[in-house]
Design a protein. Sequence first.
Length: 328
Amino acid sequence: MKAVVFKNKKISVTDVPMPVPSENEALVKIHLAGICATDVELLKGYHDFAGIPGHEFIGIVHCAPDQPGLEGRRIVADINCGCGVCDICLTGDQRHCANRGVIGIRARNGAFAEYCNIPLSNLYVVPDSIEDESAVFAEPLAAALEIVRQVHVTERSRVAVLGDGKMGLLCALVLQQFAPNTVLIGHHPDKLSIAGEQGVRTIFRSKNETDQNLAVHVKDFELVVEASGCANGINEAICMVRPEGTVVIKTTSFEKSVIDFSAVVVNELNLIGSRCGDIAQALDFMEKKMIDFCPMIEAVYSLGDFEKAFAHAGRKGSLKILIGNKNE
Ligand SMILES: [Zn+2]
Ligand SMILES: [Zn+2]
């Protein structure tokens, strides 16, 4: 089968052997897969990943010898594959298993390929009412919804999302459903307008504005979600949150952050890291059609054109780039 392989900071699109599902795994034919900022970081060397990347996807179960009833069903997946036997896995949350594989990110091949093996317990059948172009956002949507599982957000909460990239947009659109006063702050008028058209309050900030200026204009939020994608975003977020407030950190960058902890100590701030969420909850949320995902899709490329697609996804200001595989 055709697949994208990352190795030694290089991309190749090549023929690889067709994966064979192990016990309790399904072989999934990938329909659509999204390129995420994490993929860009993986190629730079994040996690020392070598193999087939791709962790945002929708596909159809091609064969599932241990659960044939799933064959032909449209699915999305939880990307964390725990060992199944450690204390953490036995509590039912494999996201933090020390020996986990993560589809397309850590020790497991991903979805930038014609087919991908996925453990049966990670699969979620997609309701018919959700089209592929929305369902492909299930993984990042679950990650955005994770915030409201970690922090108590109410109608009165003053919430800001820092960064109008792909994750920032999703976080703002989700948080707005819980805290109508949510503000999205970013550098790109066109991206801000995508959230603005769906009712999110937005603030444009020029790139030349200093952190101090930012603190004067936008401050005293109870919750700031740092989704800037930049190593220094955390320091901006710390300037924007009120004493005893919370910063939720979404950025994962290969470049290390240098944090001024004195403000965290003096203002008694809570810093919370936030990664993957619950796919079932994301599908529920999608069924309610509260977010229009279409304006977030910038282009769809074929698997064979992956390098072009990846270059496009790496351009500053690009929205979601998808790899379509349905008709190949
Ligand atoms: Zn991602
Ligand atoms: Zn485990």
